[in-house]
Design a protein around this ligand. Structure first.
Ligand code: TYM
Length: 332
């Protein structure tokens, strides 16, 4: 079985619809066909300030949401990044392989540090993509299911894997991004020119999966569209409507062409009302299931402990090979 690996940050509150449609939905599907490793990236989370108690709670919350979304610990390996120390260890080796200029070209760092002010951004935020490289290479992943905003980090991973292999001999699998065109970038409902994100979106434009379903319906119904009236998929000229069609298409497993047909002659309001209903039907059981996992922290923690054990077996092997290739003297 080919292997996939991906990660998600333990954010406060809940995952948003972009996380789900851009990544987590694919994670769930891929556990059927791939040897799948998925993690909550708490090491990445501390690149910006975190309250310790909240970080702990958000890490469990992230795991609970992943299970609620359909990850099955019998069919994939679900773990917390900090439970596998090899991530930080391989991260250091990768840091020493990366050019300063190369790291400086990472657009996510540029965006995030610009927002924080260059002086407040940490070195951890700067080397964030290099830790992600280690995450992926440790598992010899063939594919990495993510949204479009992570593509550059996968490119860096490929470059560093090739560099290491070239310098020290064949060690790492070269991973490919697994990015579905339709859902690669889900847009903010209030500003369809920007991607949906915790940091950039206004609350009204951001669909949190754990919002009260009434709030979700309201947000969908007040989505920004355009002054035209035709329901047609045309991301360039009709970004808002196209975004709604994408979301509707994926959640109902209906092609966009079929949706266009069934909404012929109808108003935007009809699409929004239907999508609001579809969204409510989706988030309501998701909320319940997440709460069930949260109510049983022992089970949750034991799922994560087993996941970490399985992950470590793979990660330790790759790290040992890497250390040997680099020339570190083995500890006797
Ligand atoms: P994070 O936590 O920001 O996001 C998790 C996943 O959600 C996707 N995503 C979106 N997809 C479509 N439309 C959107 N509006 C949208 N917003 C977010 C992201 O592309 C991502 O796939 N660096 C990663 C976490 C990470 C990782 C890894 C991923 C750490 N190590 C190793 C893959 C492999 C991140 O911050 O994702």
């Amino acid at each position: 079985r080919p292997r996939v690996l991906s990660g998600i940050q333990p954010t406060a509150g809940s995952f948003h619809l972009g996380n789900y449609l851009g990544a987590v939905r694919q994670w769930v599907a891929l556990q059927e066909s791939h040897d799948a490793f998925y993690m909550v990236v708490d090491l990445h989370a501390i690149t910006v300030p975190q309250d310790p108690a909240e970080l702990r709670a958000n890490t469990r919350l992230a795991a609970a949401q992943l299970l609620a979304a359909g990850l099955d610990p019998e069919r994939c390996t679900l773990f917390v990044q900090s439970h596998v120390p090899e991530h930080a260890q391989l991260g250091w080796v990768m840091n020493c392989l990366t050019g300063f200029g190369e790291a400086s070209r990472m657009t996510q760092f540029k965006d995030k540090s610009a927002k924080q002010g260059a002086d407040r951004a940490t070195v951890g935020l700067f080397t964030y993509p290099i830790l992600q490289v280690a995450d992926i290479l440790l598992y010899q992943a063939n594919e990495v299911p993510v949204g479009e905003d992570q593509r550059q980090h996968i490119e860096l991973t490929r470059d560093l894997a090739e560099r290491f292999n070239g310098r020290f001999g064949e060690t790492f699998t070269i991973p490919a991004p697994y990015i579905l065109k339709e859902t690669a970038k889900i847009y903010d409902l209030q500003d369809p020119a920007i991607k949906m994100s915790k940091s950039a979106s206004t609350p009204k434009g951001l669909i949190n999966l754990l919002d009260d379903p009434k709030t979700t319906a309201k947000k969908v119904k007040s989505a920004v569209t355009d002054t035209d009236t035709v329901i047609r998929f045309d991301p360039e000229n009709k970004a808002g409507v196209s975004n709604l069609l994408t979301i509707m298409s994926v959640l109902t497993e209906t092609s966009v062409a079929d949706l266009e047909k069934s909404y012929e002659g109808k108003m935007y309001g009809a699409l929004k009302t239907d999508l609001a209903e579809v969204m409510v039907d989706f988030v309501t059981p998701f909320r319940t299931r997440t709460q069930e996992y949260l109510d049983d922290p022992e089970t949750l923690d034991s799922v994560l402990a087993k996941g970490a054990e399985k992950a470590r077996a793979v990660a330790a092997e790759t790290l040992a090979q890497t250390y040997a290739k680099v020339g570190f003297l083995p500890a006797k």
